[in-house]
Write a protein that binds this ligand. Structure first.
Ligand code: IMP
Length: 428
């Protein structure tokens, strides 16, 4: 397997977990490089559902090395809850199968508190974050007041830095938000305990992954969230706080992106978004509700109902181009089986501009003002969840896939037609 990077090509929740689990069969290393426990990567194995938040999706295959890179925001309390849950379900997680970068930034309880409190203050302009402390943690990283995993391992350094940081955060919590401050002694005790548990997993993961590559190991980079939630290239400010695509492999894993030979974008056959922000193809009517119910479109991390709508080729082409995508996996194709006609957005109408825009206008025009222009494709109106060979798909389903492929100009390599591991159709 060539070195491979997988990213979400829409607003997150494209079904990356299942695809990474599938590709992990062929990999030696599975590496997370951005995001944190805001992610919810779902994998179904023999009817058992696993939702992974911080632990890479390669963990369900024995013998893989799973890496949490320096670009990930690590909540150690959430990490050990996840490890305990996995262990209780018979999945071995030990320092051989899981490595955590010493340079990854730590999400503390004050980050989670401030995430929720800031959302409250944003009022109507709220982002709809997952409340997992992601934004405040990355903000501290940029402000150089954050603590890294390695800082937790040195008791003196941890005590000194956490004491100083908490004094400032508590002043903010008390004065600005008029809330009760966090208890310093309790915080120090809790993170000193967790540091001991964390220590055996900590490594210089960038050096390890580069050495593994030199030794010919097969490496798979697992992106979280999606291109439209990228802090630079997404629908700012309604985005997450990290870069979500190929470029972040360099910064967030310490691995040169030009060694990544294959870049797979994962996209649903329709679109969903959770949280606030523009979503041009959202369908607020009965069709959107049907997608939500048939596709079980509820957040894997927060349980929130996802906003649902139609495939947006303008946004998808942009996401694929931005990431130098070599192939696409189209997921949840089976969900569209209930529709006789399937609208697909091929261009935007933008107020004040003549003609239809096929190019994504994100850096110059706020997306909320655009009007999607649809083409209606014929549906296939039959259950395809049991199909495993491309030739066995109804003709209208194949025509849908091939038409989309032609529109995006990137090969669709794999289709997913259900949550189970084997519910995939390779393109022959
Ligand atoms: P945050 O990442 O928790 O700060 O949330 C910022 C925005 O990104 C919100 O709209 C979230 O709903 C969205 N978001 C964050 N992580 C995910 C994810 O894994 N899937 C889908 N949306 C996400």
């Amino acid at each position: 397997m060539p070195t491979l990077s997988v990213f979400g090509a829409q607003w997150g929740d494209e079904g990356k977990g299942k695809i990474i689990d599938l590709l992990a069969r062929e990999a030696d290393y599975v590496v997370r490089f951005q995001g944190g426990p805001n992610a919810g990567h779902t994998v179904v194995v023999d009817g058992q559902k696993f939702v992974l938040h911080l632990v890479p999706s390669g963990i369900l295959h024995a013998g893989r090395v799973n890496v949490i890179g320096n670009g990930v925001a690590v909540d150690p309390l959430a990490l050990f809850t996840e490890i305990q849950e996995l262990t209780a379900r018979g999945v071995a997680v030990d320092p051989r199968s899981l490595r955590v970068s010493g340079a990854a930034h730590v999400i503390f309880e004050h980050h989670r508190r401030l995430d929720v409190l800031s959302e409250h203050w944003r009022g109507a302009g709220r982002i709809g974050t997952t409340g997992r402390g992601i934004g405040p943690c990355y903000a501290d990283k940029a402000a150089r007041t954050g603590l890294r995993v390695a800082d937790l391992l040195d008791p003196e350094r941890q005590r000194a830095r956490l004491t100083a940081v908490l004094a400032e955060k508590n002043a903010w919590i008390e004065t600005v938000h008029k809330e009760r401050p966090l208890d310093l002694a309790e915080t120090l005790r809790r993170y000193a305990d967790i540091a001991e548990q964390l220590a055996p997993f900590v490594a210089d993961t960038g050096a390890e992954v580069r050495a593994a590559w030199r030794a010919g190991k097969r490496i798979l980079f697992e992106g979280a969230q999606g291109a439209m939630l990228d802090i630079d290239h997404g629908t700012y400010p309604y985005v997450t706080s990290s870069n979500t695509g190929l470029a972040a492999v360099g910064t967030g894993a310490g691995f040169p992106p030009n060694r990544v030979e294959r870049v797979l974008g994962i996209a649903k056959a329709y679109c969903t978004r959770v949280g606030e922000g523009p979503f041009p193809t959202e369908d607020r009517g009965p069709a959107g509700e049907t997608i939500r119910e048939v596709g079980k479109e509820y957040g894997a991390t927060t349980g929130r109902p996802r906003r649902c709508g139609w495939l947006d080729l303008v946004a998808l082409r942009y996401a694929l181009d931005l990431n130098g995508t070599t192939g696409v996996v189209m997921t949840n194709l089976d969900v569209l089986s209930v529709f006789h006609e399937i609208p697909v957005c091929v261009s935007y109408e933008i107020a004040g501009r003549s003609g239809a825009a096929r190019e994504f206008p994100g850096q110059t025009t706020p997306l909320d003002g655009v009007r999607p222009q649809y083409v209606k494709r014929a549906g296939w109106s039959s259950d395809i969840s049991g199909v495993r060979h491309y030739r066995d798909l109804p003709r209208a389903a194949r025509e849908y896939v091939e038409w989309v492929e032609n529109e995006i100009g990137v090969p669709i390599e794999l289709l997913s037609v259900g949550p189970e591991r084997d519910a995939v159709i390779p393109r022959a």
